[in-house]
Structure formats: structure tokens, C-alpha cells
Design a protein around this ligand. Structure first.
Ligand SMILES: [Fe+2]
Length: 268
């Protein structure tokens, strides 16, 4: 389904394609949930309670996020395999288009704090099919700081770099921290009711783009993050996307890692 729906008064205008997909989604969901109602012997009062509870989430604009937390990775696996290449991962809510080009690969604009750990990430971008290195691939990185906060008004810890003639890139940044996404909204409350946290494992977001290739959106996970094995987004952390910290300085503040990227040529 595309995002073409517009609101006209109280009535949502949808395309014929969206209408057909909505019909399929509802019928299949209803059939799957009928089994849950049967198995759990859910009463009409409980159905009503669940309806009101999720209606509240919807009114807070959080229902899409709830679906993403539980189902986005399943959707990615079903629809965007990038077979043989770098696995795709969630885009998340914090991407900003047209981040500055970083000629020297340095992502920070504000001096990192005294607790920041510096990370030099290098690698080669290749074509999945031929294995050949790819020049001029735009690598758009963005991530949280050492305290788990994003710069959502400026471009600190955001930026684009390009692979060189040998397909190589070098990123100079800091190691991000894990963060909570929904501490102060109804999803956070929902997870609290489930006695679960709502923290993301520490990660660096990446979009890789080159004309003629399928755009890749993914995340790279920090190997020593506290929530690496307990990310609240179902199935987000996978071994292929988890960095190895190859070298760590004695004081622990300078780290180097390698991550090769492989993208697929677009079907013609
Ligand atoms: Fe993120």
C-alpha cells in the first residue's frame, strides 16, 4: 500500500489499490485472530476492553508504531530480502533527508562529551551479483549520541559519505547508546503493563543508494550494548548486522570496526 491516502473531513480517501489491500489485510487478520479468541476464550467484555485500549493508542497517533514494533521486521523479511547482500532493517522515525555531505567522514558537529567513545568504521561497498566494488555509493548515516539522544533539529551525528573508486568508505563517529522510544506515551504504558521495557539496542542507521541499485535501509548494532539481546523491536537485532569492535585503545575510547556492504542492482 502506498501512502496516498488523504483526509477529507472525517472521511479518508483511499485508492482502489489501497481498498483491495485493506480488505485482504482485514480478512486475513480477522481469520487469524478468530483462533486467538477461541484459544484464549476471550469474552465480549474483554473484546470491548481491548478495543477501547487500542483505540486510545490510535488516538495518540501511536498505532502505526505499535504495528512496527511487532511486525515491521516480519514485513521486511517478506518483502525486502536483499538476498546475498546486507540484510535490510527498520528505518525508524528519526531520518532527516538531505543531511550534509561529510568530506572527511566525520559525523559529529558538536564536540562529543567526555564519556563518548570514538568509532572509526571502514568497509567496502560491493555489487551483490558480481562482487565488484562500487564507487560513488551514497551512505547516509544517522544515530543517537553517547547518551541515547538524537539531534532532531540539526545534523549532529548525521551525514552522507560516498564510497571511493575502490568501493571503500571511512566513517568517523562515536558509539551511540541504547535509548527508550516510548517512555512518555501510550505504547510505553502498554509495554509497562506487559512488564517489558521499550528500549532499542544501540545502533547506527544507514541508507545506501546508487542509481541503478535497489536502495538499502538498515541498522548496524553495537556489540557491547546493554540491550543487544533484548531489543524491544521483535527480531531487529541479527548477527549479520552486529559490528565487531576489532581494535579498542587501552583507555577504551578509540575503537575501530569493519563493515562491508553489498547492494543489489535494480531489476531492468
Ligand atoms: Fe534509531
Amino acid at each position: 500500500m502506498s501512502n496516498e491516502q488523504t483526509q477529507s473531513g472525517d472521511r479518508v480517501q483511499i485508492t482502489n489499490e489501497q481498498r483491495e489491500r485493506l480488505r485482504e489485510i482485514w480478512i486475513n487478520s480477522r481469520d487469524a485472530l478468530q483462533q486467538v479468541v477461541t484459544d484464549l476464550k476471550i469474552t465480549q467484555d474483554e473484546l470491548n476492553f481491548a478495543g477501547r485500549y487500542f483505540n486510545r493508542l490510535g488516538k495518540s497517533d501511536m498505532f502505526p508504531s505499535l504495528l512496527a514494533v511487532g511486525l515491521a521486521m516480519t514485513s521486511l523479511r517478506a518483502t525486502e530480502g536483499n538476498e546475498g547482500g546486507t540484510p535490510p532493517n527498520l528505518e525508524g522515525p528519526f531520518h532527516i533527508k538531505s543531511a550534509p555531505k561529510r568530506e572527511n567522514g566525520q559525523l559529529w558537529e558538536k564536540q562529543p562529551g567526555p564519556d563518548a567513545r570514538f568509532l572509526t568504521l571502514t568497509g567496502t561497498v560491493r555489487d551483490v551479483q558480481s562482487g565488484a566494488p562500487l564507487e560513488g555509493v551514497e551512505l547516509d548515516f544517522w544515530h543517537a549520541d553517547e547518551d541515547g539522544g538524537y539531534d532532531n533539529t540539526g545534523f549532529n551525528l548525521r551525514g552522507r559519505i560516498f564510497s571511493d573508486e575502490d568501493g571503500q568508505y571511512t566513517l568517523n563517529t562515536i558509539v551511540p547508546k541504547d535509548y527508550a522510544e516510548h517512555d512518555h506515551d501510550p505504547i510505553g504504558e502498554f509495554f509497562q503493563a506487559l512488564e517489558q521495557h521499550n528500549r532499542r539496542a544501540a545502533h547506527i542507521h544507514l541508507k545506501a543508494n546508487k542509481p541503478g541499485f535497489v536502495p538499502l535501509t538498515t541498522q548496524l548494532y553495537m556489540p557491547d550494548g546493554a540491550y543487544l539481546h533484548d531489543d524491544y523491536v521483535e527480531g531487529a537485532v541479527i548477527p549479520e548486522l552486529t559490528l565487531n569492535f576489532d581494535q579498542i585503545s587501552k583507555d577504551g575510547r578509540n575503537i575501530s570496526a569493519k563493515f562491508d556492504i553489498a547492494i543489489t542492482s535494480a531489476p531492468t
